[in-house]
Write a protein that binds this ligand. Structure first.
Ligand SMILES: Cc1ncc(COP(=O)(O)O)c(C=O)c1O
Length: 451
């Protein structure tokens, strides 16, 4: 694929942002989360007015759609119908497998054989030869014999916690764990302790404190291989040791690193020499494996059976379709092959090029080199203006604001892919930095005018 032309004039449409009403510039979804009133339908209105005001003032960078495959360049359509073509730093396709010829042919083969349905829940006859083979192959890759597929990664995360944890049990989780894990914990017990991000000692203290007074009930400790908004990784070995010491169970969500990182692509767990040694591994196919879907890998057949029966979304949602299972199988073959190593090396080169470019222009990326590159923006208004300027100037980035990240800690979440050339990654970085710097100037003027 050819590099993106770097000769595009950066033209911030500053006039767009001269008089932003406070409804569009401020507030977060927290403001509208607990509406009052007897009519459940009409009380949705205030949130809608807020998103409409943001949209009218070009400050609503959500619910956008791709016009074609998620390559390094993409055409993106806003809810308003406006379309921009640009460098795509906003898709989750870390190894660029979504248009790989072998993946497309696996999908076509499965369609020919099975059609395009999902024929039922896994509890009935929703499984197929493809999904059973996928479970075996994932078990082989993760050195964890007992694998269960879910229709999405979200369902896997929520389902495992809901299946294993009862109201008398405890969850100790990293405060930044993904929403599916947080919601699974909240739905299962009130005994949820959120621990400072990556703080191993705080995990030890929390688990020890629970065990000091409760030796009868379970403790599920939850963390991630790569945190989705911070691009960092816990000490998995230390957490597993703590769990062994206190009779707790560790679960690691490898949604972002499985396939894209670690030796043989089998995640940060493998990078830390812990493959086959973590109690529960859970992940998603939607970041690297070109499909919806998720999985959980455990060691004992009894645990797998228990999750089947009590993990709500496994039993009460239709299973992964045969096309999806065939796609993920083929993706896993590539991930584990020499080609996978080459794609991961290309991905890392693009990540390093992006981070280097942005840093040399005076902006900080945080976390470690992973397919996720978070750039702190801070004030929401800067992020809202910045994403629009980026869009207008040919680079597509995702903005994360509350509730995805704390209020006042909004950020651009860049996602790199193996099919970003280094030149494109650098050009993308230059445009994002230009958008961010200009957005800060504009937002400052807004504040001054209003002040
Ligand atoms: C850490 C983490 N876990 C789970 C999920 C859910 O996966 P999916 O989008 O495949 O449902 C995501 C996706 O956003 C994630 O980032």
């Amino acid at each position: 694929m050819s590099d993106i032309d770097s000769d595009i004039f950066f033209a911030p449409a500053q006039s767009d942002f001269q008089s932003i009403p406070s409804l569009a510039s401020g507030k977060s979804v927290a403001h509208f989360a607990r509406p009052r009133g007897a009519d459940l339908l009409s009380r949705t209105r205030a949130l809608f007015d807020w998103t409409e005001a943001r949209s009218e003032h070009k400050l609503w960078p959500y619910v956008r759609s791709l016009q074609a495959a998620p390559g390094q360049a993409a055409s993106i359509r806003l809810e308003t119908g406006e379309v921009a073509n640009g460098i795509n730093l906003a898709s989750q396709d870390y190894l660029g497998l979504s248009s790989h010829p072998a993946i497309l042919s696996a999908a076509k083969g499965a369609i020919e054989e099975f059609g395009v349905h999902s024929a039922g829940s896994g509890a009935l006859v929703g499984n197929t030869r493809e999904s059973l083979a996928l479970e075996r192959e994932l078990g082989d890759a993760l050195l964890s014999e007992q694998v269960l597929l879910f229709p999405t990664g979200w369902a896997a995360g929520f389902g495992v916690v809901a299946a294993l944890v009862r109201p008398y049990d405890h969850v100790v989780m990293d405060e930044l764990a993904h929403a599916c894990l947080q919601q699974g914990a909240n739905a299962s017990t009130q005994n949820v302790k959120r621990v400072r991000h990556l703080d191993t000692e705080a995990f030890r203290e929390a688990v020890a404190q629970i065990r000091a007074t409760d030796t009868q009930n379970g403790i599920l400790v939850i963390t991630e291989g790569v945190f989705s908004m911070d691009a960092d990784t816990p000490d998995i070995m230390a957490l597993q040791d703590i769990c062994h010491e206190y009779g707790a169970t560790l679960m690691v969500d490898v949604a972002h690193d499985f396939g894209s990182m670690g030796p043989g692509g089998v995640s940060q767990i493998a990078a830390q020499g812990m493959l086959g040694k973590v109690d529960i591994v859970m992940g998603s196919f939607s970041k690297t494996f070109a499909s919806n879907g998720g999985f959980v890998a455990v060691k004992q057949p009894s645990v797998r059976r228990f999750i089947q029966i009590y993990g709500g979304p496994w039993m009460f949602s239709n299973a992964l379709s045969p096309v999806q299972a065939a796609v993920v199988r083929q993706a896993l073959r590539i991930v584990r092959s020499e080609e996978g190593d080459t794609l991961r090396a290309q991905l890392m080169a693009a990540i390093n090029a992006y981070r280097d470019e942005v840093t040399s222009l005076g902006e900080a990326c945080f976390g470690n080199p992973t397919p996720i590159v978070p750039m702190l923006v801070g004030q929401e208004l800067v992020g809202r203006i910045g994403s629009r300027l980026a869009f207008d100037n040919g680079v597509i980035v995702n903005l994360a604001e509350f509730p995805v990240v704390p209020v006042g800690a909004s950020r651009f979440r860049i996602q790199m892919m193996a099919n970003h050339s280094e030149a494109t990654a650098r050009e993308g970085g230059r445009r994002v930095v230009a958008a961010l710097k200009t957005a800060r100037e504009i937002a400052e003027k807004q504040v001054l005018v209003r002040g």
